[in-house]
Design a binder for this molecule. Structure first.
Ligand SMILES: Cc1ncc(COP(=O)(O)O)c(C=O)c1O
Length: 410
C-alpha cells in the first residue's frame, strides 16, 4: 500500500489540494493577463540579448549583484517608480521577489504573529485574506466607497483598537485600483491615512500591483512617496503589466524593514533569467507596452459591461472601474454567490464568489468578481450569457435577458 503522509502533517496545515483539471471554457478568475497582449517577439529578443551579453551571470545564485536581485532591473525600477509613482529611492531600497506574493509572505513573516491585528479594505485580495487567516491574525476590514478606504472608519477603528490597547501591525491597502472593487484612494484620503498612521504609530503596507493600469494613465502619488517617516512598505509586480508566469515582483522598503526581510528570503534568489530579460525588455519597451495593454483591457471591460447590461439588465449593479482587470458586481440579494459559483462551474463558467474576496461574508454574499483580461471578447459575451442562464435557473434572476422576458428553465 502507498505510504500515506496525512498522519505526519501538522495540525492547522492548509487543506490538501485537489488535482488540477483544466478550467471551464469561460474563465473569469485568476487575474491572468491577455495572451494576445504579450509582445512575444520583443520578449524573445530581450532574452536573447541579455543572455548573449550577460548569460555567464547565471552561474552565480545571485547573478553577481547581491541578495536584492539583478541590479539593472532595480535601476529600471528606480526610474519607473520616480516617473509613475513619485517615489524617490535607490536600487538599495528595492528587493526583487518571486512574484509580489513572496513580498506578502516576507512582510507577514517579519511582522505578524498569531493574535495580531491588521487593518485592510473590507473587500480584499483573496491571497491576502488567506495569508492573514492562516497566520491566526485578526482582520479588521474597512468599507470603501469610490474614493477608496473610508477614513472616518479608519479613524474610528484605530481609536477603538487603541482603547482596547491593541496596536495593529499595519494597514494593508491596495490603494490604486483596489482588488476587487477597483477603487482608487483619493489624494486627500492618502494624506489623512498618513496622518492617522503617524498618530497611531501604525505602518502602511501599500500593494500597488494594478497602479499602471488606469485607463487615463493617471494615478495619485503612491502613499510611499508621500510619507516622510519611512513608515510605508511599497509592493509592486510585473504580473499585471507584463506576465504573471515570470514570477517577478518587488518591494521598496527602508533598511529598518529590508534588513528583516532579507534573512527570511531563504530561496537563494529569484529566477535570474526572468530578471535579466525584464531589465532588457522594460528599459526599451515598458513605456510603450503598458498604454496598449490598457487599451486592450478597457475594450474587454466594455464588452463585459455590454454583455452584463444585455444579459442581466438591472440585476447586475456595478461602478464602471477606472482601470484594472476585474469588475465587482452586485447581484440581487437572493443570489448566493457561492451557490452560483458551483452551478456556473458545472456549465463551464468560472467566477470568484464575493465571500472569498471579502472579510465581511454577509456583505459580499451576493457579489461576484469577474476578471476580464484573459478571456476573448467572444468568450466574455458567451460566458456572461451562460452565467445569466445559470443564475436564472438557480435564483429566478435576471428575469429578462437580451430584452426578452424569461422564466427559470425556459
Ligand atoms: C492585490 C494583489 N497583490 C498581489 C498579487 C500577487 O501577484 P504576483 O503575481 O506578483 O505574485 C495579486 C495577484 O492577483 C493581487 O491582486
Amino acid at each position: 500500500m502507498a505510504f500515506d503522509f496525512a498522519s505526519l502533517v501538522p495540525a492547522g496545515s492548509p487543506a490538501p489540494a485537489v488535482r488540477w483539471t483544466p478550467p471551464g471554457k469561460y474563465n473569469f478568475t485568476f487575474g491572468n493577463n491577455d495572451p494576445d497582449g504579450l509582445a512575444i517577439e520583443d520578449i524573445e529578443a530581450a532574452a536573447q540579448a541579455a543572455l548573449s551579453r550577460e548569460g555567464r551571470r547565471l552561474s552565480d545564485y545571485r547573478l553577481h549583484t547581491g541578495p536584492q536581485g539583478y541590479k539593472p532591473l532595480r535601476e529600471f525600477l528606480v526610474r519607473k517608480l520616480k516617473r509613475d509613482a513619485a517615489i524617490d529611492c535607490t536600487a538599495d531600497d528595492i528587493l526583487l521577489l518571486s512574484g509580489s506574493l513572496q513580498g506578502l509572505d516576507l512582510v507577514n513573516g517579519a511582522l505578524l504573529e498569531r493574535g495580531d491585528t491588521v487593518i485592510c479594505e473590507r473587500d480584499c485580495y483573496e491571497g491576502t485574506i488567506n495569508r492573514f487567516t492562516r497566520r491566526g491574525v485578526n482582520i479588521v476590514g474597512l468599507p470603501v466607497d469610490r474614493d477608496g478606504m473610508k477614513m472616518d472608519a479608519l479613524e474610528q477603528s484605530l481609536a477603538a483598537l487603541k482603547a482596547k490597547r491593541v496596536r495593529p501591525k499595519f494597514i494593508y491597502t491596495i490603494a490604486t485600483v483596489q482588488n476587487p472593487t477597483a477603487t482608487i484612494l483619493s489624494l486627500e484620503r492618502r494624506k489623512t491615512l498618513l496622518l492617522l498612521a503617524g498618530q497611531y504609530g501604525v505602518p502602511v503596507f501599500e500593494d500597488d500591483c494594478y497602479a499602471d493600469l488606469t485607463w487615463d494613465g493617471q494615478r495619485p502619488p503612491s502613499i510611499y512617496s508621500m510619507s516622510k517617516a519611512e513608515n510605508v512598505i511599497h509592493l509592486g509586480s510585473f504580473s499585471k503589466t507584463i506576465a504573471p508566469a515570470l514570477r517577478v515582483g518587488f518591494i521598496v522598503a527602508s533598511w529598518s524593514l529590508m534588513s528583516r526581510l532579507l534573512p527570511l528570503k531563504t530561496d537563494a534568489g529569484s529566477g535570474g533569467l526572468e530578471q535579466m530579460m525584464l531589465a532588457e525588455y522594460c528599459a526599451a519597451h515598458f513605456a510603450d507596452h503598458v498604454p496598449q495593454l490598457r487599451r486592450r483591457f478597457r475594450a474587454k471591460l466594455d464588452t463585459l459591461v455590454a454583455a452584463l447590461n444585455e444579459q442581466f439588465g438591472t440585476a447586475a449593479e456595478f461602478d464602471y472601474p477606472p482601470g484594472g482587470i476585474f469588475l465587482w458586481v452586485k447581484l440581487p440579494d437572493n443570489v448566493d454567490a457561492m451557490q452560483l459559483r458551483d452551478a456556473a462551474l458545472k456549465a463551464g463558467v468560472v467566477i470568484n464568489p464575493g465571500p472569498e474576496w471579502s472579510v465581511d461574508k454577509a456583505y459580499s454574499r451576493s457579489r461576484v468578481r469577474l476578471c476580464f483580461a484573459s478571456p476573448t471578447h467572444d468568450e466574455i459575451r458567451e460566458g456572461i450569457a451562460v452565467l445569466a442562464e445559470v443564475c436564472r435557473n438557480e435564483f429566478g434572476v435576471p428575469a429578462r435577458s437580451a430584452n426578452v422576458e424569461r422564466r427559470a428553465g425556459a
